[in-house]
Design a protein around this ligand. Structure first.
Ligand SMILES: *[C@@H]1O[C@H](CO)[C@@H](O)[C@H](O)[C@H]1NC(C)=O
Ligand SMILES: *[C@@H]1O[C@H](CO)[C@@H](O)[C@H](O)[C@H]1NC(C)=O
Length: 217
């Protein structure tokens, strides 16, 4: 395997890992959660909350999930990145040229969609953060209790998502750039070398066959 091919395969491997990480974080943030028993059931539904929403009061948090649309877009793209990424890994190793090219184009497009999904997520988050600050700022009770908008886990999802989009595109560009080394056709199976060898060593085909049979035993 050439250095270029090994490098591209390594980058592809990390792109697959990042897609899996995006799926993991997204699935964890599908549900409203809290570490005060059941608080999310009232806190997330009693006002028209702009999602995603998260605040802490001292050592407790309440998290109101991403909207279904944001989660669905992000998860589908990352799932595509992981599956097509694994597919591309397999077709490159199996020297399936046409399929590798198709998968590589799809990976690039998925990377673009990943950036789009990040923009959608960032827009929702900017709106919800504004909303969160307004609410907490307007509630004396919340301020006295020390409530704070704490969006760190939400930011982690956004950062993973943008890196995943970028890495998918970079992977695809690298593979395209080094396509002659990475995307190679079927291996030729030493076609005539053996015959030439035997013809040289043995005057007849029959003698060559006998020798070959002995080698096999
Ligand atoms: C989670 O919170 C959102 C918004 O705060 C709300 O619309 C949704 O119904 C909640 N989900 C569940 C399962 O209660
Ligand atoms: C609740 O979550 C917060 C923030 O993630 C954490 O710092 C705290 O230790 C948790 N508290 C309990 C009682 O689980």
């Amino acid at each position: 395997m050439s250095l270029a091919k090994a490098a591209c395969m390594t980058v592809l491997f990390f792109a697959i890992l990042l897609s899996v990480a995006v799926i993991g974080f997204s699935v964890k943030q599908i549900k409203n959660t809290s570490n005060i028993t059941d608080l999310e059931k009232t806190a997330c539904t009693n006002v028209d909350i702009i999602q995603p929403f998260r605040y802490t009061v001292g050592e407790y948090y309440v998290f109101c999930s991403w909207s279904t649309k944001n989660s669905a877009i992000r998860i589908l793209i990352a799932l595509g990145g992981a599956l097509i990424g694994i597919g591309l890994f397999a077709t490159v190793l199996a020297r399936k040229k046409v399929l590798s090219i198709v998968f590589n184009v799809v990976i690039f497009i998925l990377g673009g969609f990943g950036i789009y999904s990040t923009i959608v997520d960032a827009q929702s988050t900017i709106n919800s953060k504004k909303f969160c600050k307004n609410i907490i700022g307007s509630l004396v009770i919340a301020q006295e209790a020390g409530a704070e908008c704490s969006y760190e886990p939400i930011y982690i999802t956004i950062v993973l998502n943008v890196f995943n989009g970028l890495l998918l595109m970079i992977t695809s560009i690298l593979i395209f750039r080094f396509r002659s080394k990475v995307i190679t056709g079927a291996h030729h199976k030493h076609p005539v070398v053996d015959d030439i060898d035997y013809n040289y060593k043995y005057p007849t085909q029959a003698e060559a066959a006998v020798e070959e049979k002995q080698n096999l035993i």
